[in-house]
Design a protein around this ligand. Structure first.
Ligand code: SAM
Length: 186
């Protein structure tokens, strides 16, 4: 098992570092529930997952997946992640964004710069000290528009409040996804 071969493997490394059994976590784009299920494996009954997606099928697939492994501490919302503040009134310790569209589904249903940035900004406001947000951003699906917009937004964030890094798999072909990592400073 390699730790650094793509965004998803690095996100797993960061989840291992940051997510504790009592963490409150957010999956902003649940899709087929891969990230949600992985997050649940770190949580005890003291932890909790909030999940969002705008596709009913994604919410149902994720609910079925969590139920099949007996995980109960979650709420899933069929709504855009730009509205997280309507549903979550507490600090979160970790959030993941897997941007773009769901593979093997309708490729026109995709995350978009404006709502993605609104959501990230709200999640940053909710983040606990030391908490972390991971954002997998794809370059190829929209000519890199969302990636560039998210990057420009993150570059403007005050470094006194957040540590922000970008991982680029520089020897890989075919425009591999980039990973943004946001950590709330002490
Ligand atoms: N993490 C997912 C998994 O493990 O399968 C994959 C996510 S997929 C790359 C992106 C998802 O974002 C799609 O399921 C899509 O419906 C969802 N999405 C698009 N716009 C959204 C929005 N404004 N709020 C929440 N989800 C959105």
């Amino acid at each position: 098992m390699n730790d650094f071969n793509n965004v998803n493997s690095v996100i797993k490394v960061i989840i291992g570092l940051k997510v504790k059994e009592n963490s409150i976590v957010l999956d902003s784009t649940v899709g087929n529930g891969n990230d949600t299920e992985y997050l649940s494996s770190y949580l005890s009954s003291k932890g909790f997952i909030y999940g969002f997606d705008i596709q009913q099928s994604a919410i149902e697939a994720t609910r079925a997946r969590l139920s099949s492994i007996g995980f109960e501490n979650f709420q899933l919302f069929l709504d855009g992640h730009e509205n997280i503040d309507k549903y979550i009134n507490r600090e979160i310790d970790f959030a993941v964004y897997n941007l773009g569209y769901l593979p093997k589904a309708d490729h026109t249903i995709t995350t978009k710069s404006e709502t993605t940035i609104q959501s990230i900004s709200k999640a940053m406001d909710m983040l606990s000290i030391g908490g972390c947000i991971c954002i997998a951003s794809y370059i190829s699906h929209d000519g890199g528009v969302e990636y560039r917009d998210v990057k420009n937004f993150l570059k403007s964030v005050n470094q006194q409040n957040f540590n922000i890094a970008e991982i680029d798999f520089i020897n890989q072909k075919n425009f591999p996804a980039h990973l943004f990592i946001i950590e709330k400073r002490n």
